[in-house]
Design a binder for this molecule. Sequence first.
Ligand code: PLP
Length: 399
Amino acid sequence: MAIYGEGILAPRVSKKAAQFTESVIRDMTRQALLHGAVNLAQGFPDFSAPEVLKQAARQAIADDVNQYAITWGAKNFRQALADKFSRQFGIAIDPEREITVCCGSTEAMIATQLALVDPGDEVIIFEPFYENYGPDAILSGATPRYVTLYAPEEENGEWRFDIDELRAAFNNKTRAILLNTPHNPTGKVFTRAELEQIRDLCVEFDALAITDEIYEHILYDNAEHVAPVTIEGMRERTVTINSLSKSYSVTGWRVGWAIAPPALTAAIRKVHDFLTVGAAAPLQAAGATALALPKAYYRNLALEYGERRDLLLAAVRKAGFTAYKPQGAYYIMTDIRAFGFANDRAFAEHLVREVGVATVPGSSFYSDPARGAQQVRFAFCKRAETLEKAIAKLAALRQ
Ligand code: PLP
């Protein structure tokens, strides 16, 4: 009998799958469980979702919303998405032709790239990046081109790209640029001026912008979320991706969407259908309730996250990290040089095993691991008592 994985028979895997590794972030969650550490690695809340949403989901199942929804999304959910988009950005979208509901923004991103990008095309990605983007491009046959976001000199400064480096990354093979604002892992919120520079390049090179805006409501210090689709000239070349996961604290529901002009949507819908058929029908029904929540809900969400950010930011700085202040999303990127470890992996391993706090090693956010070798990322989407527990453990680093 062939015994796989023990050197007797080496199973063949696809060239695509061989080009990337398993998710480091999800692996750190497993390590946190293994060592009983406080999990500040993966970005999922450990507090309850809003009661109205849970009630709406229970009700939908009780009402027998138990069969497949329309493959590109339940009609009432798509209508709710179009209504929110128009309220928020003043842009009318056609729920019949411009929305594809997917299994999380994760599926929306891969379905979009599979639908719109060809082998030989290039996709521009800012780094540090959310670790799914590179594999998404590779699975689509495209070549990722990375452009650096530079850490600020000051802990409270902003991460920035160099416009000449960005321009140099664009060429006649560029099919798309992936944008994530507010940004994971840095907390950067792209400004209107930066987005206009990106627009100019997209227009010049006839490239698409595929935008991941799942932290759009998690903003601090009066930062403003500018949706790239609202920049003049971008409506026709933007795919706006989002999900229920972060805005409503339901990462396990797996409901997301891609909003794009009709011709692009038609292709995304086909790929989506063959990938997953559709997102959970009762949770789409509950999602319509989520999208109708009043402005006060989002103000409160940002306020509560602001308190968590301030708590953890002060604590990690006190523990000896250089910690960059995020303007959005719920992560703190840190520099660990003060601790004198050989690299981020050794340090993260020490933290999870000996200190009892799980983080994400910085190298997993870069195409060249050396660039993140003195960084780790903390997630603060946790209850105050979870953060306090982690903070008490981190104090051991100073002894
Ligand atoms: N995009 C970014 C930037 C993320 O940080 C995450 C999760 O942490 C995702 C996408 C995944 O989102 P979803 O749950 O909608 O698939």
